[in-house]
Write a protein that binds this ligand. Structure first.
Ligand code: GLC
Length: 459
């Protein structure tokens, strides 16, 4: 059973602390009615996105049509850009739902994330080159590569995509409005690396396909990691804006992190507003900013600073470290939330040794734990709305559904799945919610990109 702040003994808190913490917890509390309202609005926005170009929830056709059977075979390269690291993978599809994968991670520096796009592409090409050299992979023919590029791109074919905007921590110049597959292919060409980008794929689409390789009935691919987004199969006859063949189903990259920039239903707090103002993509990705791992620590930090300013936490004293934007990592929240030691010694370690708060009382640590819990709980509850929305939109409520989910938040954040389930029960009712299965699809996007490259090469 997930803990709630009610399980913490508050007797050692002052009345002022109790009142201020209650106010903050209230701000982060999302009741069942609000969840239903968010879900309803989600369906409205999905429809808008399918009807017209340029809608808030972009609903981007991925050019991945047809289901995979698990019998696909072959050897493909895959790249994964957009999470914490760049990954280069060599995937062998063995058929029968089996595969082997060899992969290497490379750190993408802040300088590359914020510099010219050409430098980022050259860096990626160099990583692929060194991966091929280290693994002794060579071929007379061009190696076929699936490029997982986890940002919103408008696709015009399976291996062409123009960047709509950057999200998460990236902001390279000279990329928005350009075809990012062509830019990377240029880098390969300049460096004489014999690799062909056969497909460009969003990580949600890759996750869906990777899971479907073993479980062909997979309904959705979802990422709950650094960022937040989802993909699902749609009948193209229901997509008004689609000018191509209507007689097929295709995976739609929803880009649902952008949901509600109009601020109709998302219950944003002053702490969310502060985060947004100080982010590199102001007035964008509100939904993602309330749900994804990149942001939860910063929301919590903002709430803690509020309590410090009211002289109700750490004796009113912050530290140089805690005053720095993004210094309170979401991983700290996970550690603090599961800390069951009597004196909350894990929390003490993070606050005093990592963040250099000179000293903390037990009440301080309990308050921090309560705020972490409130922010993490809200994220999981709101994250369930888009899944319920997709099931409703596609008429699948009450049917068996498999939701493949990848990402550090889902995998590691304490009680995230439990809290999503609870939220789903409130939105759909327990009987219909029980038909929806959440499954961890770890590192699926590399495998998924390889499968899609294979399907593209076959076509
Ligand atoms: C951001 C990106 C989206 C990606 C998600 C998860 O929302 O815009 O394309 O799928 O992060 O990585």
């Amino acid at each position: 059973m997930a803990p709630t702040s009610a399980t913490i003994n508050h007797s050692n808190w002052t009345d002022a602390q109790k009142k201020a913490v209650d106010t903050i917890v209230d701000r982060f509390t999302v009741d069942g009615e609000t969840l239903k309202k968010i879900t309803d609005q989600f369906v409205v926005e999905m429809n808008k996105g399918l009807d017209q170009e340029g809608a808030t929830v972009a609903m981007i056709p991925s050019f991945v049509s047809g289901r995979c059977t698990g019998d696909e075979k072959g050897s493909f390269l895959a790249l994964d850009l957009g999470g914490t690291n760049l990954r280069v993978c060599q995937v062998n599809l063995l058929g029968g739902g089996e595969h082997t994968i060899r992969q290497q991670k490379y750190v993408v520096s802040e300088e590359l994330k914020l510099g010219p796009m050409r430098n980022l592409c050259d860096f990626i090409a160099d990583c692929v080159d060194s991966f091929l050299t280290e693994n002794g992979t060579s071929s007379q023919d061009a190696l076929q590569l699936g490029y997982t590029f986890s940002f919103p791109i408008y696709q015009s074919s399976i291996n062409r995509g123009v960047l709509k905007q950057w999200t998460k921590g990236f902001n390279c110049s000279g990329a928005v409005g350009k075809d990012v597959a062509v830019m990377l292919q240029d880098s390969f060409r300049r460096k004489n690396i014999n690799v062909n980008i056969a497909a460009i794929v969003n990580d949600t689409v890759g996750t869906l396909m990777a899971y479907a390789y073993r479980h062909p009935n997979t309904t959705m691919g979802v990422i709950m990691g650094t960022g937040f987004n989802a993909a699902y199969y749609e009948n193209m006859k229901d997509v008004k804006k689609w000018k191509g063949d209507k007689d097929q189903e295709m995976v739609i990259n929803m880009e649902c992190g952008a949901f509600d920039i109009e601020r109709r239903v998302l219950p944003m707090t002053v702490y969310d507003n502060k985060l947004d103002r100080e982010s590199i993509n102001v007035y964008q990705q509100y939904h993602e900013k309330m749900v994804a791992g990149m942001y939860l620590g910063e929301i919590t930090r903002n709430a803690l600073l509020d309590l410090i300013d009211q002289q109700l936490l750490f004796g009113g004293r912050s530290s140089k470290e805690l005053n720095k934007n993004w210094s309170f990592e979401t991983a700290y929240m996970s550690t603090i939330e599961v800390d069951e030691t009597p004196d909350l010694s894990e929390a003490a370690h993070i606050l005093e040794s990592v963040l250099n708060i000179p000293s903390t009382t037990l009440a301080d640590r309990q308050i921090v734990k309560t705020i972490c819990h409130a922010v993490g709980l809200r994220a999981a509850r709101i994250a369930a709305c888009h899944i319920a929305g997709v099931l409703r939109k596609t008429g699948k409520v009450g049917e068996e559904a498999i939701i493949a989910i990848d990402g550090s938040l889902y995998e590691f954040y304490p009680f995230f799945e439990h809290n999503m389930r609870q939220s789903m029960n409130e939105i759909l009712g327990e009987a219909d919610s029980a038909k929806v299965k959440f499954d961890l699809a770890r590192d699926g996007s590399g495998l998924g990109a390889a499968i899609i490259a294979m399907m593209a090469a076959k076509k």
